[in-house]
Ligand binder design. Structure first.
Ligand code: S3P
Length: 173
């Protein structure tokens, strides 16, 4: 059973789509950020503030590797995970499928304006847009790119992912 790693910018809906996809496949859902919060026994904001981004990234790569070793999981990664070459290598070498939820900046901006608390990589719209533009080429390394408008429900997006994967049984993806 090949695992599925959802990648994309903050606010792309990786966690809600991941949960919908996992339910569809009968896979287990893992939220990488939640794993990190459990590991540090702290919120993401606290981890960045107390331990620094460097320590967060080291732990993120370690937890990602654990996820890649599991079977039959859908993983919602963090917005920065797939932008690190070593993390992309872990995903591709585990023969997992990476799926980029590709939303237009305008939609991400709208969502992040409403919900940016707890996000240490968000300062303001201008900074976030630069980060998005810097990261987009990295996200495009994903095996599958799902172009979205932002109005789709998690279930509709799960359908699109299934179609893009060829509507095959999960074990045959
Ligand atoms: C980050 C995004 C966050 C979280 C951390 C770093 C980033 O995840 O991993 O704050 O570098 O963009 P979400 O994309 O789920 O917000």
């Amino acid at each position: 059973m090949r695992n599925i790693f959802l990648v994309g910018f903050m606010g792309a809906g990786k966690s809600s789509v991941g949960a919908a996809l996992a339910a569809r496949f009968g896979y287990r859902f893992i939220d990488l950020d939640e794993r990190l919060c459990e590991r540090f026994e702290a919120s993401i904001l606290e981890v960045f503030a107390v331990h620094g981004e460097g320590a967060f990234r080291v732990a993120e790569t370690d937890e990602l590797a654990h996820c890649a070793d599991e079977q039959g999981v859908v993983v919602a990664t963090g917005g920065g995970t797939f932008c690190i070459g070593a993390n992309r290598k872990i995903i591709s070498e585990s023969k997992s499928v990476s799926v980029y939820l590709d939303l237009p900046w305008e939609e991400l901006d709208r969502r992040l304006a409403v919900d940016n608390s707890g996000r240490p990589k968000y300062d303001d719209a201008g900074q976030a847009r630069s980060l998005f533009e810097e990261r987009q080429p990295e996200y495009r390394h994903a095996d599958v790119v799902i172009a979205l408008a932002g109005s789709e429900s998690p279930d509709e997006i799960a359908d699109q992912v299934l179609q893009a994967l060829g509507e095959e049984a999960p074990c045959a993806i």
